[in-house]
Design a protein around this ligand. Structure first.
Ligand SMILES: O=C(O)c1ccccc1N[C@@H]1O[C@H](COP(=O)(O)O)[C@@H](O)[C@H]1O
Length: 219
């Protein structure tokens, strides 16, 4: 199966168009104000006009209330909601039901014990995302360019789509995919010049690494 790519934290139409042209399956918009990648719903509504058919738009939320989610969805059409906070399995299920969107639950990984919570989310979420645990004093919970020990995901049999995030970049992608077998990869800061500013050359290099993995896997 082809490796699917999500490019997250996009804020510029040109970078959305570039990511899509390079082959991104998903583009992510961050709706968490403390993040340097935050876009407000009005801006997001303009940005999604640049997402071509066939590419799905993911809204990144952190412990958002129903009112906040309703306000976003009334303004911006989203395909998937990425829940990157401390949402319980019950909350994930409730958000999926209320929003009508598919939901992807982010799991913060540092050690094997962090994976014990995963079974509780399997029924509730449509997709699982494994990301590194953020630094304790971070003002937002993702996009810090931190990898975790990918060996923890070896042999993962979820029976559900899942994505790997956390510190991926062109230089480490092949090792990450080889060790984890991830079917979906999610990148943000690894294709940035600085937090919140995507770098066109790093995006090119990242997708070149994706193509090398695909070529290597081809018979
Ligand atoms: O990127 C952010 O600012 C962000 C804010 C709030 C929640 C999640 C966020 N990002 C997520 O972090 C990972 C990837 O990060 P990186 O490649 O290590 O920089 C990805 O899932 C983003 O959606």
């Amino acid at each position: 199966m082809a490796l699917k790519v999500k490019v997250c934290g996009l804020k510029e139409p040109a970078r959305i168009e570039q990511a899509a042209a390079l082959g991104a399956a998903y583009v992510g918009l961050v709706f968490y104000p403390p993040s340097p990648r935050y876009v407000d719903p009005a801006r997001a509504r303009e940005l999604v006009l640049h997402v071509p058919a066939g590419v799905e738009t993911v809204g990144v939320l952190v412990d958002a209330t129903d009112a906040e989610i309703d306000a976003i969805l009334q303004t911006v059409p989203l395909d998937i909601l990425q829940l990157h906070g401390y949402e319980t399995p019950e909350r994930v299920e409730a958000i999926a039901l209320r929003s009508g969107c598919r939901v992807m639950k982010a799991i913060r990984v540092e050690e094997a014990a962090d994976l014990e919570q995963v079974p509780a989310y399997i029924e509730a979420a449509d997709m699982i995302l494994f990301d590194a645990k953020p630094p304790r004093d971070a003002g937002w919970p993702g996009g810090h360019g931190l990898p975790f020990d990918w060996r923890l995901l070896r042999g993962l049999g979820l029976g559900k789509p899942w994505a790997l995030a956390g510190g991926l970049h062109a230089g480490n992608l092949e090792t990450a995919v080889t060790l984890t077998g991830a079917p979906i990869i999610d990148v943000s800061s690894g294709v940035e010049a600085k937090p919140g500013v995507k770098d066109p050359e790093k995006l090119e290099a990242f997708f070149a690494a994706v193509r090398r993995i695909a070529d290597r896997a081809a018979p």
